[in-house]
Design a binder for this molecule. Sequence first.
Ligand code: ACO
Length: 330
Amino acid sequence: MNSSFRSVGILGTGSCLPEKVVTNHDLAKIVDTSHEWIVSRTGIHTRRITDDNTATSDLATNAAKIALERANIKAEDLDLIIVTTVTPDMNFPSTACIVQSNIGAKKAAAFDLEAACSGFLYGISVADQFIKTGAYDNVLVIGAETLSKITNWNDRNTCVLFGDGAGAVVLGPIEEGRGILSTYLGADGEGGKFLTMPAGGSRMPASIQSVEQNLHYIKMDGSEVFKFAVRIMGNAAKKALELCNLRVDDIDYLVPHQANTRIISSAAKRLNLPMEKVYVNLDIYGNMSAASIPVALDEAVSKGEIKKGDNVVLVGFGGGLTWGSCVIKW
Ligand code: ACO
């Protein structure tokens, strides 16, 4: 790393989950599935779902307020807000601008960043560049999703997988030797077709036909995404470690994207990392896309499982296809 760069760390974390809990038994009343199938194939028992009046920015705003309080940073002192999401409140204005207004971060620039489930890692990496070069001091990065709004509740292949939620972090300059040690991002547009929401953009604007054909919902080739995920999670974690000259043995804690326990455990196995060092909460929240990693991170920090000085690896994959990883000395 260029020694003239500043060290960048996470100053505070926060999260917000909707109250409503949907169980596998609830889903078995809607589609042809069972609690046993869902648990054995995914590890998911429950997920949280927003009500009709709650949008992504509402969850994002609540998570942001908690992260700011814990970071002891005032909203007026933020320089930049990045919201990573595939479920923005609307195409424009950006959800980041809505959050900026909600929290009163008057001097902050704001934009949305879309890299599906890898979004939070992309957001962290962008924030890192702005802060380490000295361009900005305080950056808020939020991963927030209401995937329930783009889920086809009649499609058993997808509706059992997802949940809603938001996680936020405030980043800023910190003492040398701690904070973000490396970030690594990747993409493979060739695989984009495996995970899409086909309609609602300029390729296929909303029409009566697009609605009738269920094209505003998530479409997924589950087995292709699964194969990609198992391969990329271990590779991406190793790459970020290499970039800061650390080894798998140096990892104190791994916070992976929460899509499927089988994906997480095969990644841990490929890394030769014991599951005691891996944070898993998808059993209660399901896959919250860009919100999964920051919510898991917030929980692990709040429970005291991540401690000062720990080497923490964040790693994720998602639509695009995209992937990312990050090593942080906490
Ligand atoms: N209940 C019962 N049966 C089901 C269900 C269900 N909920 N869903 C699918 N099935 C059936 C299918 O119809 C299929 O039946 P068939 O063989 O008769 O056609 C069979 O189960 C599929 O079985 P498998 O292929 O063995 O299922 P698999 O072990 O691959 O698990 C799963 C499927 C859970 C989707 C897995 O592939 C997976 O987790 N993939 C990755 C998903 C992912 O991470 N997506 C990221 C999206 S995040 C984002 O960017 C928004």
